[in-house]
Design a protein around this ligand. Structure first.
Ligand code: HEM
Length: 487
């Protein structure tokens, strides 16, 4: 039985703490607002400036309204720092997917969001995809998916141990454990994702694990500031921030010995000498790069996966709390089928559908993320959308909409996910909406969707994973990962 200790705290102490927390937040918000103002003056035409600032405070609603008025045609919205063209019809989404990466680039968009030159130990990746190969796509989509059954037992053991440790350390009020779900889930995802990406030896290294989490937080912070700066100022501030926020350097350096060791082991194996058998992305991504290149790739995958996985899982847990009527049915499915899921990496159709419904109604790309990022909170820029591409060259969509260099294309994810064109009763949470009727438990209503579908399916009505050629190659891993943690 845990006891709750009450510590007497004076008003001055509380005020002091509040001030210490408020001061940097107010300072940071002012800096970001000032940068946004400069950015608006430089980039947005005079007549659109007021509306661009309205977007700061009411972005999701502005996108939804414009989507409803658009009748499937592309529409544009100005944010304070960018012009965005939204496409929503299958025909236009296909057009974006089919446009050359030299013109509309996902890499260019990711580079803008991450600012790797200042956040990834000086890595200056190419705007255009595939210049140095797309080996990581095969690594994640095929090899990692194939190896999932070997990872899953470890993920189960680690989840159970870390979860009970975190609950034991949480306070109890009125007989109930009070546990802050987001920070707990972040810690959990960092541990499990590090196990999958870097292997079982590195997760025991505390310094490494600490830098792995700090790297994600500091990158968000640094990149958000740098990307708002005028071109002339960005390198100066970027380098300064890069020096002050040094987790990326520690993270990079800690990965060097382990990567070199793995490359050596692989060379020996190629010569016919048996070596230790490990399973992680770190092993399977080695070919054909140098140690340095492998680490950059791992850093990008790590950054791209930690936050999105933890946020998605937190929303699933919220939905389990909001809709407790599903808990017993999901528990029954887990009791009967978890072993098979762990052996094959497949199955659990009820949980699959529940997660998909949760992601449909609270898509991460459209949610008010709790990540420490001031301009995210201020601008909503990465919210409400998917399939982001940055125009590297001017281009004209086939309906005549023009894009200039630096403009963005997006898909209005949240608006599509709640469109009655694709979803009957679109705003209603229906946990088993996507289940094949043959797999529904007795007494359950027939699902409202006409066709059953899986969480990992990519479709123009469900763009959680993006679209076409560049649809998320980590989605099979992500889906299994989320199921393992929620289970
Ligand atoms: C809930 C979790 C996740 C979501 C919602 C998600 C979503 C996305 C989206 C929307 C894209 C862009 C596709 C496009 O624009 O057409 C993408 C790309 C990508 N994702 Fe994920 N992702 C998730 C988890 C992961 C994980 C766990 C990994 C790796 C382990 C990963 C690796 C990647 C990579 C490497 C790309 C770039 C693909 C390319 O350049 O071809 N993602 N993801």
């Amino acid at each position: 039985m845990m006891l709750v200790q009450s510590i007497p705290v004076s008003r001055d102490v509380i005020l002091g703490v509040l001030l210490r927390l408020l001061a940097p937040t107010v300072f940071l918000s002012s800096v970001v607002l000032a940068l946004l103002l400069v950015s608006t003056l430089c980039k947005i035409p005079k007549q659109g400036r007021l509306r661009a600032w309205a977007y700061l405070f009411n972005g999701p609603e502005i996108i939804r309204e414009a989507y409803l008025k658009s009748h499937g045609e592309p529409f544009e919205i100005h944010a304070p720092d960018a012009r965005m063209v939204f496409v929503s019809s299958p025909k236009h989404i296909k057009e974006i997917d089919g446009t050359s990466d030299k013109v509309l680039s996902l890499n260019g968009a990711a580079k803008h969001m991450l600012q790797p030159l200042y956040t990834m130990n000086g890595f200056n990746w190419f705007d255009q995809r595939g210049v140095e190969g797309v080996g990581f796509v095969r690594t994640l989509r095929t090899l990692l998916t194939y190896n999932l059954p070997q990872l899953l037992p470890d993920l189960r053991v680690l989840t159970k141990a870390r979860w009970s440790q975190m609950l034991t350390n949480s306070p109890i009020y009125a007989g109930k454990i009070h546990a802050p779900v987001y920070p707990m889930m972040m810690k959990m995802v960092v541990l499990l994702n590090a196990r999958s990406l870097f292997g079982e030896d590195l997760i025991k290294d505390e310094k490494f694990m600490h830098s792995a989490l700090s790297y994600v937080e500091e990158t968000l912070f640094n990149a958000e500031i740098v990307k708002l700066l005028p071109k002339g100022l960005a390198p100066l501030v970027g380098r300064l921030l890069s020096r002050c926020l040094g987790a990326h350097k520690t993270f990079f350096k800690s990965l060097i010995p382990a990567t070199e060791q793995r490359i050596q082991e692989q060379n020996l194996r190629n010569l016919g000498h048996p070596g230790p058998k490990r399973v992680s992305v770190h092993e399977i991504i080695l070919n054909p790069w140098s140690a340095e290149r492998v680490i950059y790739e791992l850093m990008a995958i790590w950054f791209g996966s930690v936050h999105i996985l933890s946020t998605t899982i937190v929303y699933v847990i919220h939905d389990l709390c909001f809709h407790p009527e599903y808990v017993e049915l999901l528990r029954q499915e887990l009791e009967i089928s978890y072993e098979n899921f762990e052996r094959t990496g497949q199955g659990l159709p009820l949980l699959d559908s529940f997660i998909k419904e949760s992601a449909r109604l609270t898509p991460v790309e459209s949610s008010k993320s709790k990540a420490p990022s001031v301009s995210r909170i201020l601008t909503n820029v990465p919210f409400q959308m998917s399939v982001r591409r940055c125009a590297l060259q001017p281009c004209t969509l086939y309906n005549g909409t023009q894009l200039g260099v630096g403009d963005w294309t997006w898909v209005p994810l949240a608006a599509l996910n709640t469109s009655d064109q694709y979803y009957p009763s679109p705003h209603e949470f229906s946990g088993f909406r996507f289940v094949d009727p043959a797999q529904l438990p007795d007494g359950q209503q027939k699902p409202s969707q006409e066709r059953p579908s899986k969480l990992t399916d990519v479709d123009h009505s469900f763009l959680m994973w993006g679209t076409g050629r560049m649809a998320c190659p980590g989605r099979y891993y992500a889906s299994v990962f989320i199921k393992a943690v929620v289970a």
